[in-house]
Design a binder for this molecule. Structure first.
Ligand SMILES: NC(=O)c1ccc[n+]([C@@H]2O[C@H](COP(=O)([O-])OP(=O)(O)OC[C@H]3O[C@@H](n4cnc5c(N)ncnc54)[C@H](OP(=O)(O)O)[C@@H]3O)[C@@H](O)[C@H]2O)c1
Length: 286
């Protein structure tokens, strides 16, 4: 049976460290503050933002809550981001995705790179490509933390990432390659995924639609390490991409859903907010 990778446990451990870091900043008169920007009334997005705010408060990070109407214009949203960019009391800016269709997705690139706690600006993604990352997208960063906590070395191993988004797959692939893994990306147009996955030592799946793709035990090599990032809502319950029963019989490590990668993503936002606060206040992050 697979060993479960406990995202709640690791999150709590990291939150304790972040809480200490926040106390140190407070003792210098610096109050880390995260601004969250939620556009529209998507229920899932509202829940994510609320959870992020609660988590921030739990470690002493202040939050500013911006809830904007679904029909906000590009210009209006740009103005709000600009104001937050220049607000000395705001250290991190989170723009909850997805945004409505009238907003250019590239608007996230307007966030000042020092406050880009989601790590999605061209600047921060560029640093990641160069191998000198600063603010790293939260989900990939959370997976690296899980690998470190469980002392899983990816050097030389074959990793399959089923996702190629800027938020998850691409940055994660670069980060793992920088750790000397051999990385292959799969996506909706890839052929023969089911048969090919058996060749991989580690599979990271982030599809989020179990009807389109579910990872089952017969696709998994004995002893493979599995990270389940995908989220599908079924009858109000959250499920991952993985068929837990069959995969847990084959894998050596497996992240459950819920309680695996999800809590890490939220905790990495807190870690990034402290990191951003230090950058802005010219305090060494090493
Ligand atoms: N647990 C967490 O903390 C966390 C954090 C972030 C995201 N997520 C979840 O992770 C999932 C992905 O998020 P995202 O923002 O990256 O979404 P996304 O951009 O929609 O990515 C989905 C990926 O799955 C691929 N895909 C779709 N159908 C497929 C199929 N049949 N076979 C193989 N690949 C297929 C897509 O390929 P194409 O590129 O060809 O379309 C795409 O690369 C979502 O469920 C999201 O909710 C969870």
């Amino acid at each position: 049976m697979a060993k479960l990778i406990d995202g709640l446990l690791v999150s709590q451990h990291i939150k304790n460290i972040v809480k200490n870091d926040v106390s140190t900043l407070l003792s210098k008169g610096i109050k880390p503050c995260l601004a969250t920007v939620l556009v529209g009334d998507n229920q899932a997005s509202a829940t994510y933002v609320k959870n992020k705010q609660i988590a921030a408060s739990s470690v002493g990070i202040l939050t500013r809550d911006f809830r904007l109407s679904q029909d906000i214009t590009q210009e209006e949203l740009s103005k709000i981001i600009e104001e937050l960019n220049y607000d000395e009391n705001v250290h991190g800016i989170l723009i909850q995705l997805p945004l409505p269709d009238q907003i250019e997705p590239s608007i996230t690139n307007m966030v000042r790179h020092e406050k880009d706690v989601d790590g999605l600006t061209s600047y921060n993604l560029g640093l990641l490509l160069e191998g000198t990352p600063k603010l790293i997208p939260c989900t990939p960063l959370g997976i690296l933390e899980l690998l470190d906590f469980y002392k899983i070395d990816v050097k030389g191993i074959d990793v399959a990432i089923i996702n190629r988004s800027n938020l998850v797959g691409k940055p994660l692939g670069i980060l793992l390659m920088n750790r000397d893994a051999t990385v292959t990306f799969f996506h909706s147009k890839s052929r023969g995924i089911e048969d090919r996955l058996k060749n991989f030592d580690c599979i990271i799946t982030a599809v989020g639609d179990r009807e389109k793709f579910t990872l089952t035990g017969n696709m998994v090599k004995d002893g493979a390490i599995i990270f389940d990032v995908g989220i599908t809502r079924i009858n109000g319950k959250i499920r991952g991409d993985v068929d837990f029963e069959s995969v847990s019989e084959k894998a050596s490590y497996l992240t459950p859903v819920p309680g695996g990668v999800g809590p890490m993503t939220v905790t990495m936002l807190l870690k990034n907010t402290v990191y951003a606060t230090r950058i802005i206040n010219k305090i060494d992050n090493n």
